[in-house]
Design a protein around this ligand. Structure first.
Ligand code: 5GP
Ligand code: ZN
Length: 112
């Protein structure tokens, strides 16, 4: 755990969140500023600052996070599809430096 990381604090239960899913390694919760009718994030509980900071030992964990996305999206009502975004680094628009996968949808998708 990184003591000054807001997502570590959420993962530890020190800051409340609207939980979507939790197991021993992974947490999913709704984004506080949704960009679509449904918008949640899936994070590893382990502090990994960004995708660029992940190592080979995280391969299974990252695979599990991605494989959870369609299951959780469907559970949240996104039966017609969803978008996944991973912002990496300042140049990639990352604001919270704890790896997270955004999953959102439910409105008209903006063209990329
Ligand atoms: P990034 O730009 O780093 O990919 O996105 C970080 C996301 O975290 C933003 O969409 C922002 O709304 C969300 N966020 C920041 N602080 C909090 C918080 O305390 N709780 C929740 N649920 N979301 C947060
Ligand atoms: Zn963290």
């Amino acid at each position: 755990m990184s003591s000054d990381c807001i997502f570590c604090k959420i993962a530890a239960g020190e800051i409340p969140c609207r939980k979507v899913y939790e197991d021993s390694d992974v947490l999913a919760f709704h984004d506080i500023h949704p960009v679509a009718p449904v918008h949640f994030m899936i994070i590893p509980k382990e502090h990994i600052a960004s995708l660029a900071d992940a190592h080979a030992r995280h391969e299974m964990l990252l695979g599990r996070i991605l494989m959870l996305a369609p299951t959780l999206a469907k559970e949240q009502g996104l039966t017609d599809g969803f978008r996944t975004v991973i912002n990496t680094g300042r140049g990639g628009g990352q604001e919270v430096f704890h790896l997270h996968v955004h999953v959102f949808g439910g409105g008209k998708p903006r063209p990329m």
